[in-house]
Design a binder for this molecule. Structure first.
Ligand code: ATR
Length: 276
């Protein structure tokens, strides 16, 4: 019998760690699976996904820039995907329809609270950015018990739209990017901008960093390096990239597909050593 087929769709996708991660998870349970990285430009995404599932694909991860398109083409959406409007996991249902989930925000919170041991309850949180990545984690930060969520985006309209969608004005509100030097300090600063991925500088004032601040970049590797260097220079108590988030979101997808949650820590350590 052929192994069950899985894939990650993105564009570009060449450096994706997902095939390695899912194979390492599968080994923990003695499962045989095939997991491919499929590069699909936006115009081809829907057709490529349909072809993959029509040929017997069981599940797919979806990364940039396709998360909104993945949500749009699914027949059924989990509450976490519906509130965000994007999906990072597609699963074939027994009747052939596709279900969408979004595991990004849960993955980030689990990485912070369980792997790094930081309880977010009562934290004042600053979310930098209001694009897809920011939307993917905003609600989960509130679910994790942050006291306030301040959303700051270069283009204020997107920050306002996200705060409106959240609809909790007492806790989630916006400030202007040009006022960053005057808005005080925070316990949690999440970089959800794509500046690091694009390789452009993100000048930020050190005054944002509070005494117990945790600075977190949703990306990892080179893309996270300048934000983490800024956090360390500002004496942040913690500075983490999103590698652990990637592992946790992958483990959630694996659990959806296989009904068993893998151990993420050994795979995290392996990838951390490989990138060092
Ligand atoms: P992603 O899916 O990675 O979130 P996106 O939806 O295109 O990608 O959103 C990119 C985010 O990074 C946006 O919040 C963007 O701000 P704008 O809405 O003003 O474009 C932010 N961003 C990108 N480059 C930036 C930069 N150089 N400085 C500040 N914010 C930046």
């Amino acid at each position: 019998m052929n192994p069950t087929q899985f894939a990650v769709f993105g564009h570009p996708i060449g450096h994706s760690l997902s095939p390695r991660i899912h194979q390492a998870f599968a080994q923990q349970f003695g499962l045989a699976l095939e997991y491919r990285a499929i590069d699909a430009p936006p115009a081809d995404f829907a057709a490529a996904v349909r072809a993959f599932f029509a040929a017997g694909g069981a599940g797919a991860n979806v990364t940039l820039p396709h998360k909104a398109a993945a949500f749009a083409l699914a027949d059924q959406c989990s509450p976490s995907a519906s509130r965000v409007g994007t999906a990072n996991v597609l699963t074939a249902l027994p009747d052939g329809r596709l279900a969408a989930h979004n595991t990004d925000g849960d993955g980030m919170v689990r990485d912070i609270t369980e792997r790094h041991g930081v309880d977010l309850r009562g934290h004042t949180a600053l979310l930098l950015g209001a694009g897809g990545a920011a939307r993917g984690v905003a609600w989960n930060l509130l679910d994790a018990g942050v006291a306030t969520l301040t959303i700051v985006n270069r283009s204020p309209a997107a920050a306002d739209a996200l705060a409106d969608a959240i609809g909790e004005p007492a806790r989630a509100h916006t400030r202007y990017w040009q006022d960053l030097a005057d808005i005080g300090s925070y316990d949690l600063i999440v970089n959800a901008t794509s500046a690091g991925v694009l390789g452009v500088p993100l000048p930020l004032p050190f005054s944002l960093v509070g005494a117990r601040a945790l600075c977190y970049d949703l990306s990892y590797g080179v893309a996270a390096s300048s934000f983490l260097a800024w956090a360390k220079a500002a004496d942040a108590r913690y500075a983490f990239d999103g590698l652990g988030m990637l592992l946790e979101t992958a483990a959630d997808a694996f659990a959806l597909w296989h009904g068993q949650r893998p151990e993420t820590e050994p795979v995290y350590q392996l990838l951390r050593q490989a990138s060092a």
